[in-house]
Design a protein around this ligand. Structure first.
Ligand code: C2E
Ligand code: MG
Ligand code: MG
Ligand code: MG
Length: 279
């Protein structure tokens, strides 16, 4: 059963082959059932954004990453890793992506009303399929305009998977959004397969060290070498660098010593609902 398989994949964690991994064979019927459920979930408002703090070297919260959760009425909370791939392949990521943009911009408006949160930045994950839409720029700007959010407080997190498309198209879109003050972060940096040459062409503001490297930074010399390389690269290209998946003080200290001054991870705070984030 599709729902049982989902639970299984969820319990197995991120580095395990998942039932709904595109390379595994979830039956067409199971995928179709899940697509319909996602469609219903959009209608019945079952999605919610969680917020995970991003902190600077002093421990001050400078912003958050918005991470989607599916609050399923029967199955409880479903991880994005179990439905974002299905949403992507079915095209439902387009309405879902717009919902995410809207919800995130509305959150910025809520934060604006409180001096404690007024200056926070918000990072939003954008899937490749969403970015590749001809009207992507229009959709983002529409959400900003509709809500009145300040685009200077918005960062879009992209992964190297967007690079599969025409480079000029990517640059045109990024430049258009950048001209409104929106920033770009490269998520899961170092886990993709593309050449690094795109870095000098794309208007990127930030590299995000993937948590798979941060995880063993203290024990695996290869992970440490890669993390160090990403930090040096960011420094020499004058990009911001943030580490994700920081779980211990020792990992944080190692990163600081190597020159990475922004962090995100369970050590500082797990992703939580807006009310708890405020607290
Ligand atoms: P990501 O963008 O790389 O997000 C980071 C993931 O790492 C999140 O998982 C977060 O909860 C988790 N994480 C953060 N700190 C730690 C830590 O210290 N230890 C561990 N073990 N994990 C940590 P999450 O929320 O399950 O999201 C998984 C992925 O799903 C995201 O990876 C992103 O690719 C995708 N995703 C989540 N929300 C959205 C969304 O709104 N839109 C799109 N397109 N994709 C999303
Ligand atoms: Mg992300
Ligand atoms: Mg990431
Ligand atoms: Mg990651």
């Amino acid at each position: 059963r599709a729902d049982q398989a989902m639970y299984h994949a969820k319990a197995a964690g991120r580095n395990t082959l998942r039932f709904f991994d595109p390379h595994m064979q979830a039956s067409a019927a199971q995928r179709f059932a899940l697509q319909n459920e996602i469609r219903e979930a959009l209608l019945f408002n079952q999605f919610k954004l969680y917020y995970q703090p991003q902190v600077d070297r002093t421990g001050r919260i400078t912003g958050a990453e918005a991470l989607i959760r599916w609050l399923h009425p029967e199955r409880g909370m479903i991880s994005p890793m179990d439905f974002i791939p299905i949403a992507e392949e079915s095209g439902l990521i387009l309405p879902l992506g717009n919902w995410i943009l809207d919800a995130a911009c509305q959150q910025l408006i809520h934060w604006k009303q409180n001096p404690l949160t007024a200056a926070l930045t918000l990072s939003i994950n954008v899937s490749a399929r969403q970015f590749q839409q001809p009207d992507f720029v229009t959709q983002v700007l529409a959400a900003v305009t509709r809500t009145g959010a300040n685009p200077h407080q918005l960062t879009l997190e992209l992964t190297e998977s967007i690079l599969a498309t025409n480079q000029q198209d990517i640059i045109t879109k990024m430049d258009a959004l950048k001209s409104h003050g929106i920033k770009f972060s490269l998520d899961d940096f170092g886990t993709g397969y593309s050449s690094l040459s795109y870095l000098k062409r794309l208007p990127i503001n930030e590299l995000k060290i993937d948590k798979s490297f941060v995880n063993d930074i203290l024990t695996d010399p290869n992970d440490a070498a890669i993390a160090r390389m990403v930090i040096r690269l960011a420094q020499s290209m004058e990009l911001n660098v943030i580490a994700e998946g920081v779980e211990t003080q020792r990992q944080r200290d190692w990163l600081e010593q190597e020159g990475c001054l922004h962090y995100q991870g369970y050590y500082f705070g797990k992703p939580v609902g807006a009310e708890e984030f405020l607290r």
